[in-house]
Structure formats: C-alpha cells, structure tokens
Design a binder for this molecule. Structure first.
Ligand SMILES: NC(=O)c1ccc[n+]([C@@H]2O[C@H](COP(=O)([O-])OP(=O)(O)OC[C@H]3O[C@@H](n4cnc5c(N)ncnc54)[C@H](OP(=O)(O)O)[C@@H]3O)[C@@H](O)[C@H]2O)c1
Length: 247
C-alpha cells in the first residue's frame, strides 16, 4: 500500500511524486464506523456485531499504530492521580521515548495534558501522547514516572506536519490508523494528512444535531477533498464497507 517511486513502466507520475514527498511520514488510513448520516457517537445504537466488525477490519490493515483524539482516549486512559510538583528543576520540553518492548503503539493527541493514564500500555500497545509545550512540569514528571512516551507537537498548538514524521523517525511507524473522533479526523483532513478512508457505514439513521461527525474541522480551514472509490463490500449486520483514496 505504500507509495512506490514509479509506475510499472518506470515513469514517476505527478501523484507518485506527491506521495513520495510525504514518504517520511506514516501512511494514514482513517478507519471509522459512522451512521448513514455521518454521526459517530455510537452510544444507544444497539448494534451487537458492529464493534466486532470494526475491530476485525482494523486488524486486517496490520498497522503499526492507532491514533485517537483526547476525548475518544478518555475511557481507555484511566483516572490516575497526577501528583503535584512543588520543587525540582524545570523539565526540558524535549521528546521522551520511554523504555518499552512493544512493536505497536496507541497514540493520543492531548495538547494540554488532560489524560490521566493508569498504565503505559493498552492491551500491550505502548502509549505515546502528543503534547504542546504548555503542559506543566508536574504532568511531564507524571508521564515519565508511568513510562509513557511523549512527543511535542508545537509550542501552543499541534502541528501535524511535524508530528507525523517524528512518529515515523522515533518509533518506526509506517502505517497509522486514524480512528476518531471527529475533531482529530478533521484536523488530519485539514492538514491533508489522510491517504485512505475505510468507512464501515452502520445501518443507523442517527439524526442527533450537534454531535461529533466523521470530520469536524475547526474554522472551516479545510477545503472539501475529493475521494476516489476503491472498493465497497456488504458486511454482516447490514454494514457497508467503503474504501476511498484521498486525492
Ligand atoms: N464511530 C466511530 O467510529 C468512533 C470512533 C472514535 C470515536 N468516536 C466517538 O467520537 C466522540 C469524540 O469525538 P470528538 O470529535 O468530540 O473528539 P476527539 O477527536 O476524540 O478528541 C478531540 C480532542 O483531541 C485533541 N485534539 C485532537 N486533534 C488535535 C489537533 N490536531 N490539535 C490539537 N488538539 C487536538 C483536543 O483536545 P483538548 O480538548 O484537550 O484540546 C480535542 O478537543 C466520542 O463520543 C467517541 O466515542 C466514534
């Protein structure tokens, strides 16, 4: 799936040149389970096989890592106490790679350090959190004590153009599943950092105004992106699987 440098006749096409210029970052597949109206808060949907179908499909990508927004990560992270830190030298705002022997990664974007991690792994996948430099020293000390890796994505806001190559360089992540919610997906869309969509459309008409959707972009920063349909498939429980390349 990774972009090659030339077509089968040895010609480098403009599309491939674009893909090559991005080759220092992971290949990003946005994998989601929306309703027919693009809404993604699944509470109350009462679809027994849908999450199984979602996980089963995710596993087929054999990705090195998955990434989700701070809000979606809350239920996985836990409710540990972050100890106060009154003394001690300022902790430099430098990336921290904790000792680990995992080969796959669970990643959160948490710009102000709100996640209260219980552990440094989720089902054996090493946790990496993406922060801004505005987080407190107490929070950085907490992450280090838990053995959680962190990267700085910017001074006061996250710059995905900086974060994605760092994930590849520091952790060898070549294929990344972007798994919601709407805000993180929207930020990747705005940064033109999605290569492919894997959408399992649930047989649900949700209709809840104001709830998160597949892509929620701040300030309308992203121009609409054209997609190329690559495949469609009927799945169990009335789910339709749609795969697109982002042009
Ligand atoms: N159906 C599905 O397939 C599916 C999949 C995943 C999630 N979900 C659902 O989606 C809902 C949550 O979606 P959501 O859109 O509200 O939240 P979200 O995308 O999970 O998290 C958004 C938060 O993450 C941080 N963040 C993410 N990207 C950032 C960026 N580029 N720059 C700076 N900060 C960034 C910000 O944290 P701060 O607020 O701390 O600044 C932001 O408010 C949940 O109900 C979840 O269950 C559904």
């Amino acid at each position: 799936m990774s972009p090659s440098s030339a077509d089968r006749f040895g010609n480098v096409t403009p599309f491939m040149m674009l893909a090559m210029s991005d080759a220092k970052r992971p290949y990003v597949i946005c994998h989601m389970l929306p309703s027919i109206d693009g809404r993604i808060v699944t509470r109350g949907w009462d679809l027994t096989s849908a999450s199984r179908e979602y996980e089963r499909t995710a596993a087929t990508f054999k990705a090195d890592a998955w990434i989700i927004g701070r809000i979606s990560m809350e239920p996985y992270a836990g409710k540990a106490r972050v100890p106060a830190r009154r003394n001690g030298a300022r902790i430099p705002r430098e990336d921290f790679v904790a000792a680990h022997d995992a080969t796959s990664y669970a990643i959160a974007i948490d710009p102000s350090g709100k996640l209260r991690w219980n552990a440094a792994d989720i089902d054996g996948e090493h946790v990496i959190t993406i922060l801004t430099e505005q987080v407190s020293d107490a929070y950085l000390a907490f992450l280090q004590s838990k053995g959680i890796s962190y990267l700085f994505g910017g001074r006061s806001r996250i710059d995905l153009a900086k974060v994605l190559p760092a994930l590849r360089a520091r952790f060898g992540i070549r294929k990344l599943l972007l798994e919601g919610g709407g805000k993180i997906n929207g930020s990747f869309l705005a940064a033109n950092a999605i290569d492919e969509l894997s959408i399992l459309v649930a047989p649900i008409a949700d209709g809840s105004i104001g709830t998160p959707t597949l892509f929620d972009v701040d300030d309308h920063r992203a121009p609409p992106r054209k997609l190329s349909l690559v495949a469609m498939e009927k799945r169990t429980g009335g789910i339709v699987w749609l795969r697109y390349k982002v042009r």
